[in-house]
Structure formats: C-alpha cells, structure tokens
Design a protein around this ligand. Sequence first.
Ligand code: PLP
Length: 397
Amino acid sequence: MNEPALLANYARAPVRFVSGDGCYLVDEEGRRYLDAIAGIAVCALGHAHPGIADAVAQQARRLVHASNLYYHEPSGELARELTRRSGFAHAFFCNSGTEANEAAIKLARKAAYRRGEHDRTKILAFSGGFHGRTLGALAATANPEYKVGFAPLPEGFAWAPFNDIAALDAAIDDRTAACLIEPVQGESGVHPASEEFLQELRRLCSARGALLIFDEVQCGMGRLGDLFAFQSVGVRPDLVTMAKALGNGLPIGAMLVDGTLSEALQPGDHGSTFGGSPVGAAAALAHLRIRDELDLDSHVRAVGAHTETRLIALAQTMAKYVEAPRGRGLLWGVPIRRPLQAGVIAEDLRELGILVGTGGGNTLRLAPPLIISTGEIDRLVDAIGAVIAGIGGRATK
Ligand SMILES: Cc1ncc(COP(=O)(O)O)c(C=O)c1O
C-alpha cells in the first residue's frame, strides 16, 4: 500500500482506515481493530463519539473561524473551564503540542526578560524527554536522533538526567529560565518521573527563580486518572502544556499560566491564526462535558489498576521476553527483551486486529481510548502474550 503524493516522512503501516466507533477502527476492507494507541493518546473518548461529532457539526454551522483579532464564545468558555478545573489563571490556545511548548518556552524567557534578568534564558529539559518537532521544541528534546541534519537549532537548552535527584542541584542555576519536563515520558517508552524527583525539581525551581513547565501533551487530559497530570503526581508547575486529547481528535493545544506570569506575554508577543478556533474549542468543551458525565477519572483509575495487574502478571509469566511494565493510569510501556522486537510484535498484533504503539528502548506503548473496558484490556494483554509466545517460540527453535 502506498500514497505516492504524500511526503514519505512517516513510516506508515499498510492499512487505510475509513471509520471508527468507540475503541475500534475500521479499515477499507471492513476489518475492525481494537485500538490501544488512540491516534497516539488523542481519542480519549474513542472514535467518532456522537457528542463530539454533534458539537463540531453545530459549531461548524455557526462559526468556523474568526481569528484572534476578536473574541468568540467557544474559546472564552474553554478558557473558563480549563482555568476553573486547573486553578491556573489564564489559557493560551494553539493547534498542537509542539506549539504549546513553544509558547511556554517563549513565555518563560520573556518573563525573565521583563524582570530585567536578560541572562536568564536557559531551558533545562531532561534525558528521554520529547517535546515536539518545531525548532524550539526540538531543541528542548534530548534525543539527538530527532535533530540530525536540522542544525543550527535555537540555543540555550540543556539537559539533566531524568529521575536523578542529585544532578538537579548543579543543573538549575541563576540563568535557568525554566525546567521543562514530562511528568510521565511517553515517546521514550513510558517512564514516570518519581514523586521525590518532581518534588525536588519543584523546590529548586522555586528557590532559584526558575519556572517549572509540565509538558502534559501526552500524559495529561485524564490519561493518568485526573484531568491534569499534575493533579495525579501531586506537584504543581507554573505552566502546563497540553494538546493531543484536548479536542478528542480536533487539533487544539493549550498552555495554562499561573497568575503571577500572565503579564509576561503582551499583545504582539505571541500568537496563532487558528489557535483556539471555534470548532476545536467546541470539541474540547464537549470532551470536558462528556468526561464529567462518564466520571472518566474513576473509570481510568479502575481500568488502569486492572491493566497494571495484568501487565505485571504478563511480565512475570513471560520474564524471558518481557520486563516489568512502566506507567500509570492508561499510559503503559511494556519493555520487550531482545532479540524480540517491539516493532515486530506491534505488526503481528495489527495482523490480529489490535493496534498498539511502540516507544524508545524496544517498548510496546499502550495509550488506549480512556473509555476502554477491562474486558478489552484482557483481550489486548492476552493477544500481546500470544504474539510474544509465538514469536519467542519461533526465535528459540
Ligand atoms: C510529551 C509530548 N510533547 C509534545 C509533543 C508534540 O505534540 P504535537 O505532535 O501535537 O506537536 C508530543 C507528541 O508526541 C509529546 O508526546
């Protein structure tokens, strides 16, 4: 399968999806797939949710775009909802995760600049972190593989080892504008930051005048069992970025800002033509309303605990091929021992009608729709076990 007119910058699997419903995607041959990656942690309420579809259709009939030269109802309402639920003071809207991080990086530097601290420009990020593909967010991303051939990247970025408390002291100094961290790393193969690490990071940022930015693009929006990841990990950042699941598939991202920082960006300092578009904001508002109706946080905690139990049992019974799972809520990494390859397991699962992702370090990545049931998790984990047993058996023959 090929689409020669599409730029070949993705390693796409040879399947063409035409529709979806709930936790399932349907390909052009009518085959149904249990989706345990949800468009990379996007479709929290599943595919083609009627409540989202109605909200989008109704908004599209009223007003699709007006620009940020003016106010419109959905973005104002969404800002009120997100600030009420988070306790942050203001929301800035954009279209993607990388843009949300760009906004946070720019705000952090401008805040220091406005205080007269013109040398406070360093953004400290962490090994294994992923923050997006635009040049600024890419500069913050630790993994050098993503950056090959794109130099020169913006300056002023540094990295400290993830989850290494002792290394923080030397890494955060009076030139650090902000520390940028994923509370649970996604792309690196799902690595949760330890509670003690986040607490010490918070303490040092406050003590040394650096801002703490949580990149919740992948781990936020309910995935850990609370709407915001910072609520699940119990450490409050100064800025938080989100995208992916916010619009349940409509492209919208956001940065939430603590009150003390709101002055940092003044008219003309930053912007986005489409940011917070009426249709994207309407989808996000419908998402928030529906997740309340479903009490999705309780559901994620219960199904997440079941997932953890099942994955630990899988790792124990298949210790030769599978290491202890890492994750929280409904974001899990299942590390695969070599010579087995996570990518091959994912392909075999797809053949069986089950979609999973992969992550760094030979890891299967599970980020299903948050509405997934325990029965569907059982089917998923059973299938992972069966595929690994099949490949492992062949490999050792
Ligand atoms: C933690 C994190 N930050 C930022 C991004 C970039 O988001 P986007 O692809 O919407 O630009 C991603 C995407 O995978 C992500 O996982």
